[in-house]
Design a protein around this ligand. Structure first.
Ligand code: URA
Length: 433
């Protein structure tokens, strides 16, 4: 087999065979195919697309390019949730303990944030003492004991994706539907879950800017997962505005805890209950509607909060930060951003809000950057709210006083104020199954 022929076939609109896709991914992984041929094929895929069969083959080859987890030692049904990434998205911290409080197992591996989006592992590391690295034995034992463990990806999952993503990033081939689906699902399927709920974000703060694109990506990823024998459902949720009011690591943990105490912002609570409802439903606990009510009950009776505290304690974290009695370290400086005019907030650019938080120190520009856990933004006003000139729209937090100027400039430019209240889109657009 020759890479030249594979590139030519796809360039001319042909359908690659399973063998050709396996040959390509093996060569990407062992370094035998040079970057110029890899990127030539990526560009051909970008223009010509892939069938569902080709995309499944690509995903499975990416999954099989590295280590895979074996969760057969975990007792019971294992459910995971994966978000395509957003701003202020702390849903994992809320839904994982809700689901685990019903005896459904959540063995979660999460990522770190990069650029304008945050990552669950960074948020957890804001909790004093919390260990995001556990041995496989510790991880499995914890899931069996309390139903929930959340760790970072310390192992070499899907190394082919790492190489492909780095090349896509510099050759303008990131936004290709089959390449995105194979990248996300190749990594996801390296874990050993029975059921997966995908949260496909749509809007300014996400990869997919329109509902149509999000629907297409959701359909493709659900089909790939089903082909791999998983129970799947995808929700398309709104990322035109940040989710909840907090952006930044410890601020988001505090908000997640408030949500588990029944005092969370309405939008975050609604998205979390819908996600948790679908996770419990896939695990056989009832219809999504019944399970949403169960999820609400686990918040009302404190069992979900108790489950998070148990997991935090088991992973060495200070559980008093979750249950009360201790407080997160606060940022040295805070400053209000005030509205320059009166009216209604008609649009907030979620991506720019993420970038403002990054400027305050809450995120990373490169994988090596360190994070200021106390940095971030608390929103006082959101899309649809009325504001008066001089009224506070957000409070910024940082340990670097000099960061305020650019963060408040970005935030002000990203908040459009008009004279009429906007029509607000739904929080959950649709379900794809
Ligand atoms: N997230 C991924 O992991 N891969 C992509 O290609 C896009 C988003």
């Amino acid at each position: 087999m020759r890479m030249y022929d594979i590139i030519k076939k796809k360039r001319d609109g042909g359908e690659l065979s399973t063998g050709e896709i396996d040959f390509f991914i093996r060569g990407v992984t062992d370094g035998s195919i040079p970057d110029y041929q890899i990127t030539a094929l990526l560009m051909a895929i970008y223009y010509r697309g892939m069938t569902v069969r080709e995309t499944c083959d690509l995903t499975f080859a990416v999954r099989d390019s590295g280590e895979k987890l074996d969760f057969s030692a975990i007792d019971g049904i294992r459910v995971d949730k994966h978000s395509t990434g957003g701003v202020g998205d702390k849903t994992s911290l809320v839904v994982a303990p809700i689901v685990a409080s019903f005896g459904v197992k959540v063995a979660k591996m999460s990522g770190r944030g990069l650029g304008h989006t945050g990552g669950t592992v960074d948020k957890l590391e804001a909790i004093d003492g919390f260990r995001t690295t556990l041995s496989e034995e510790e991880f499995i034992a914890q899931v069996n004991r309390i139903g929930l463990a959340i760790v970072g990806q310390s192992r070499q999952f899907a190394p082919a994706d790492k190489k492909l993503y780095a090349l896509r990033d510099v050759t303008a081939t990131v936004d290709s539907m089959p390449l995105i689906a194979a990248s996300i699902m190749g990594k996801k399927l390296a874990a050993d879950d029975d059921c997966i709920v995908l949260d496909v974000k749509t809007g300014s703060g996400s990869f997919m800017k329109t509902v149509e694109e999000s629907r297409e990506l959701a359909r493709l990823m659900v089909d790939i997962g089903k082909n791999a024998g998983k129970k799947m459902v995808a929700l398309i949720t709104n990322m035109d505005r940040p989710l909840g009011n907090a952006i930044g690591n410890s601020l988001e943990v505090i908000e997640a805890v408030e949500t588990l105490k029944g005092r969370g912002p309405e939008d975050l609570t609604e998205v979390c209950l819908t996600l948790a409802g679908h996770m419990l439903s896939l695990a056989g606990k009832g219809t999504p509607e019944e399970c949403e009510r169960l999820a609400a009950r686990s918040i009302a009776d404190g069992s979900a909060l108790g489950k998070l505290a148990q997991a935090v304690e088991a992973q060495g974290g200070n559980a008093a930060l979750i249950e009360g009695g201790a407080k997160f370290a606060e940022a040295k400086y805070s400053r209000a951003v005030k509205s320059e005019k009166s009216g209604y907030i008609v649009r907030t650019d979620a991506e720019a809000y993420g970038l403002a938080s990054l400027a305050l120190g809450a995120g990373r520009n490169t994988a090596e950057d360190t994070i200021d856990f106390a940095a971030g933004i608390l929103l006082k006003k959101k899309t649809g709210d009325r504001v008066e000139k001089g009224e506070e729209i957000a409070t910024l937090f940082t340990n670097r006083d000099e960061a305020f100027a650019s963060a408040s400039q970005i935030l002000t430019a990203a908040t459009e104020i008009g004279s009429e209240p906007p029509v607000r889109g739904p929080l959950v657009y649709e379900t794809v199954q």
